[in-house]
Write a protein that binds this ligand. Structure first.
Ligand code: SAM
Ligand code: SF4
Length: 500
């Protein structure tokens, strides 16, 4: 019943793509992904010698983006001992740029109507087993109340199918609604302070509208960088079939003044080494044209979805061992970038890979439309895009992270003080962002512990805070430490959102 587009949908689909907003970024009519060149680099840079690898590691440690030949060298490492060394370097780079902080967020799915037919996605138009729904603004308010008032999230990634009923105007309304919600909590109040979006490619005008309502990061995954595979997985005649409209959407966002853009590839669609190269080329083209690289990179693996046989059939499924390699090579190739690991991955993988470079992860995750306020506990595949690997609560995840030595940061201050775009790039590359962030991590973690933590998590969390405060006392000037103590006390007394 959903397979045929209505006239309204067809007209809308025709109106979306603006060819002139693609061509202006291309060079001599070509995009920056040359499939043959990528394969050539992967073929050429085999069996790298020790000295070459040492030089590449040195460059990554200096927080410089790698050249494609260098990334290809890393991807071709065969010696398990050298891989172990690379995992260790990835960990050191993460520490150098982001210290022991990790940011948490939750996805909020607003609608699953979609005009596209991506073969791997439960929401694809032809999938008749999926219940279709678009949340009303009132329903979005209720979802946000649970997320901000009961769980304690401060950041969301808001997600939509691609459909005229969830166009830019609707998205703008949902973002305004989310930011408007303010809920009384045990000791203060809860509020979403940053709403990032994972949405389809848009025109510069639509992106300008979204910039004006204050979206955070604009996240779009290219899915696969391989042209031929992209074509097979996104049937001709659908909106998403246009590879370059998608490839240049981050360029358009930066042009529209959305400061932070996020890349990703869906691993399992094509060869993983090729996709890592694609992500690198993408980051480099943004750097070249705008002087701003990706705020974050995501590397989701394909998960099972209702009535979606492609997922069982793909021959490019990524093993756990290769997944670790993907994370390490991205960490070394684009050393300043944030790296997002999602609840698609099961808990045991999350534990294992977080140390090798992850900066953000989600928890208490529900991806059914309306699932937070419905309070359903089991996953229901007929209302989900795919099946999650980890549904643990934010409280549990935060406790585990603290036990592993990571402080959960709910800080969103950087964005609100203009530490975004090229300004944040410089701060990250020089390690200076870590100073602000450490202080704000302590303050926001304290807020969360006071408002939302279970007794057990509070105990572990407060021990962690004690250690962090001690470190700040020893490392930073006395006046900064005193200001921190003042804010800390004010938070204890119920004030919220104090930051450096
Ligand atoms: N519909 C928009 C689009 O495609 O750009 C918004 C994003 S979609 C709701 C979110 C992302 O989910 C997609 O970009 C894709 O990478 C990922 N995804 C789709 N099917 C998946 C699956 N079976 N397993 C894991 N991730 C999947
Ligand atoms: Fe639609 Fe996005 Fe799913 Fe493709 S990945 S079918 S565009 S929701």
């Amino acid at each position: 019943m959903l397979a045929v587009l209505s006239k309204k949908e067809r007209d809308w689909v025709k109106s979306v793509i603006k060819e002139e907003e693609i061509e202006r970024y291309m060079q001599n009519g070509r995009d920056f992904i040359d499939d043959d060149e990528i394969w050539e680099k992967l073929r050429k840079n085999v069996k790298p010698d020790k000295k070459r690898i040492e030089d590449i590691i040195q460059k990554s440690m200096e927080i410089q983006t790698l050249e494609p030949d260098e990334t290809a060298c890393l991807l071709n490492i065969e010696d398990p001992e050298i891989w172990q060394q690379l995992f260790k370097v990835a960990k050191d780079i993460k520490k150098k740029v982001y210290d022991n902080r990790i940011v948490t967020f939750a996805p909020l799915y607003c609608g699953d109507l979609c005009v596209n037919n991506c073969l791997y996605c439960g929401f694809r138009r032809e999938n008749v087993v999926i219940k279709r729904k678009r949340l009303t603004l009132e329903e979005i308010r209720r979802e946000t109340e649970v997320l901000a008032g009961e769980i304690g999230h401060k950041r969301l990634i808001v997600v939509y199918g691609e459909h005229p009923s969830t166009d830019a105007a609707y998205i703008a309304d949902t973002i305004r609604t989310i930011y408007d919600v303010k809920v009384k909590t045990k000791n203060g109040y809860g509020q979403i302070r940053r709403a990032n979006v994972n949405i389809a490619p848009m025109s510069i005008d639509d992106l300008t509208l979204l910039r004006d309502v204050g979206i955070g990061t604009y996240q779009v995954f290219q899915e696969t960088y391989h042209h031929e595979t992209y074509k097979k997985l996104h049937p001709e005649g659908t909106l998403k079939a246009h590879y370059q409209w998608r490839l240049y959407c981050h360029h358009r966002a930066l042009e529209a003044g959305v400061d932070d853009v996020a890349l990703g590839a869906l691993f399992g669609l094509y060869d993983w080494k090729f996709e890592v190269m694609g992500l690198l080329y993408h980051a480099r083209d943004l750097e070249r044209q705008f002087g701003i690289g990706p705020h974050t990179i995501s590397f989701p693996r394909l998960e099972p979805a209702a009535n979606t046989p492609f997922i069982q059939q793909t021959k490019y499924k990524v093993s756990d061992e290769d997944f670790k390699k993907i994370i390490a090579v991205i960490r070394l190739s684009v050393p300043y970038t944030g790296m997002i690991l999602t609840a698609r991955e099961p808990a045991y993988i999350r534990r294992e890979v977080i140390p090798i470079g992850i900066t953000q992860t989600d928890a208490s995750t529900k991806i059914g439309i309306g699932a937070y306020s419905d309070r359903y506990t089991d996953q229901e595949e007929d209302r989900q895009q795919f099946i999650l690997g980890d549904t643990r609560s934010l409280d549990e995840v935060i406790r585990e992270l603290a036990q592993m030595g990571y402080i959960t940061s709910f800080c969103t201050a950087g964005y609100r003080c203009g530490r975004t775009g090229d300004r944040i790039m410089t701060l990250l590359r020089t390690g200076r962002e870590a100073v602000f962030c450490k202080l704000n991590a302590v303050l926001t973690f304290k807020e969360w512990l006071d408002d939302f933590a279970s007794i057990e998590t509070k105990k572990v969390g407060e021990e962690m805070l004690k250690r962090e405060m001690e470190e700040i006392k020893n490392k930073l000037p006395q006046n900064v430490y005193e200001k921190l103590l003042e804010y800390y006390e004010r938070i204890e007394n119920g004030e919220r959102d104090l930051y450096f």
